[in-house]
Every structure is written in structure tokens, then in C-alpha cells.
Design a protein around this ligand. Sequence first.
Ligand SMILES: Cc1cc2nc3c(=O)[nH]c(=O)nc-3n(C[C@H](O)[C@H](O)[C@H](O)COP(=O)(O)O)c2cc1C
Length: 235
Amino acid sequence: MPATDMPATDMSVTQALRRRRSVRAFTDRSVDPALLKEIFAAAQRAPSGGNLQPWQATVLTGEAWQAVRQAVAARIAMGRAGQEPEYDIYPPALTAPWTDRRFGVGEALYASLGIPREDKRGRLAQFMDNYRGFGAPVMLFLHCSRIMGPPQWADMGMWLQSVMLMLVEQGLASCPQECWAMYGATVRRTIGLGDDQILFTGLAIGYADEDAAVNQWPVPRAPIDEAIDWKGFGT
Ligand SMILES: Cc1cc2nc3c(=O)[nH]c(=O)nc-3n(C[C@H](O)[C@H](O)[C@H](O)COP(=O)(O)O)c2cc1C
């Protein structure tokens, strides 16, 4: 694949941050692998404790991506016993305010699609769309050595956000998807990762379907007072 310079844009980091959202409907427009290569090359500049750069990723399209969708669909068809979570996606003892935020965003998402709470089947169908990557032509699986701990997982997050912001800068969109970790062993086996690796998340990549309602609702955020405590700045 030919290496190209990443096209320059005049989007600021702040604009990219504000524009990025988790996109849950993609067009079938294909993604230039040379552009992805430039983005990943730039994302190598992400910081990491001790410069470990613990992130590793497997990027799939076409038949390789289809094979994962098929393998996970087959595993899901086996029922709950087929679940094989890589890690606790949420702490088992999650409480407010985090539970409120979690359920709040779910309600806002389903409201955007007009799926009421009683429509369990409709909500499940929307959730299951995760396992087609919401129609994205490219799927990235982010993983690292199983020996890594919380600091290195934070490093993976910094790499992931770097990639997501550069995707926005280049007119692309993404959705991080930890739901794949529910079927981590199946994903790892299908993409050829050994048991020494742990799967953190998927990242669906493609061009957003700008007309889709699921991509248009305002995603809530807590006020900064709930996150930032100022000391020594005066009143
Ligand atoms: C590591 C990670 C994993 C996520 N996994 C999923 C997922 O499996 N399915 C999904 O629809 N959204 C997933 N999300 C998206 C979050 O729901 C989303 O980031 C959050 O609600 C804020 O919305 P925004 O990204 O649109 O700003 C994930 C986000 C992150 C950072």
C-alpha cells in the first residue's frame, strides 16, 4: 500500500473534539488504507508511561472483517453460555452518578430512534447492530499484552482518542465498541491473536451516514463542576 502524506486540513484540535461522536450508522464508502496508515503513524506520537507504547491493533476489512462478524454471530447463537468476557466492562458495583449517566445515554440513543422502553425486541436489535460494526467497512481491534495494568490501559485510551480525532480531521467517523470484548476469545481466535493478548475494544471506522437519526441526537455530558475541583485559584 503506497504511503502518502496525510492531507492537511484547517480543523483545530478543539473542533475535532467537538465534532467527534460515536457514529452508529455508516455508508458503504470504502476507506483508503494509505490514509489509515498515515493516521496510525501519527498516532504513534500518543504519550505513554515510560514510553511503553503498549497499544497494538489489528485492522480488518472485506473478508477478514466478515469472518469476525460470522464467527461472533455463531457464538452469540449459542446463547448466554457462549459469553466469554475479556474483563468486566463496568464495575459490578457501579452506583450513581455513573449509573445515571450510563442509562441516560442509552435512553437518549433509543429516543433518537423512537424505540420506547417497552420495545425490548427493538432495543435488542439496535444493540445487536454493534456486531455488524453498524455497517462500517473497517474494523480495528485494539489489544495489548495481558501483562499490562491500568496505567497501560490508560495509554491505550490516549492512542484511541488520538486515532478518533484524526479520523474526524480526515472526514471519517468511528465508534469505539467494547461489546466485542464480550466475545473476546472468539474475536482473538478469528483474527489470530494468542492468549497472551487481551482485547480491549473494537473501533468501527468509516464514513458517517449523516442523515441517520442515530447520528444526530445530542449526547449528554456532565457539567465540569462534577469533574474538576479547583484549589488555590481564589474565588
Ligand atoms: C472504550 C469505549 C467502548 C465503547 N463501547 C461501545 C459499544 O460497545 N457500543 C456502543 O454503541 N458504544 C460504545 N461506546 C461509545 C460510548 O457509548 C460513547 O463514547 C459515550 O456514550 C459518549 O458518546 P460520544 O462518543 O458520542 O460522545 C464506547 C466508548 C468507549 C470509549
